[in-house]
Write a protein that binds this ligand. Structure first.
Ligand SMILES: [Zn+2]
Length: 144
């Protein structure tokens, strides 16, 4: 049930000792840097990926599909349901990455990154969370 999933959501502490990735769309917490494996190079038709050993607050499709000859299941954020990555269900041989079987490959541009001091987009832009919940860039206010 969606209500149970929301109630059981894992939340990482937002402080200097904590580093983790979040969903760009709803800011759901997804995985700590401690579970980070590496970046995949971009594949044809696939954005750069972020590989990690474990994830929280995600939902996986039941039916596998092929991603460049690898059997994967699509992974969705369990709060906003956006498709944010894949999990490899068989041994996968991706250039630069090993031991991907059972692990996740998130789409780099669908994550935000809490680095212990600020929230950043995949392009390194600092994200400011306004009081009204608006998620925007750190643009300087016009005029003084
Ligand atoms: Zn989300």
């Amino acid at each position: 049930m969606a209500a149970a999933a929301a109630r059981d959501r894992v939340r990482y502490p937002v402080n200097a000792a904590s580093k983790f990735a979040l969903c760009t769309q709803c800011r759901n917490h997804l995985f700590p840097y401690a579970d980070f494996i590496g970046h995949s190079p971009p594949w044809p038709g696939v954005s750069q990926g972020v590989a990690c050993r474990a994830a929280v607050n995600v939902r996986e499709d039941d039916t596998p599909r092929l991603l460049h000859h690898h059997r994967v299941v699509n992974v969705h954020c369990n709060q906003c349901d956006r498709h944010i990555g894949e999990r490899f269900i068989e041994p996968a041989n991706v250039p630069g990455l090993h031991e991907l079987q059972g692990n996740y490959l998130f789409h780099y541009d669908k994550l935000l990154y809490w680095d212990g001091s600020s929230l950043r987009s995949s392009t390194g832009e600092e994200i400011i969370i306004h009081e009204n919940g608006y998620l925007g860039g750190a643009a300087a206010p016009g005029g003084l």
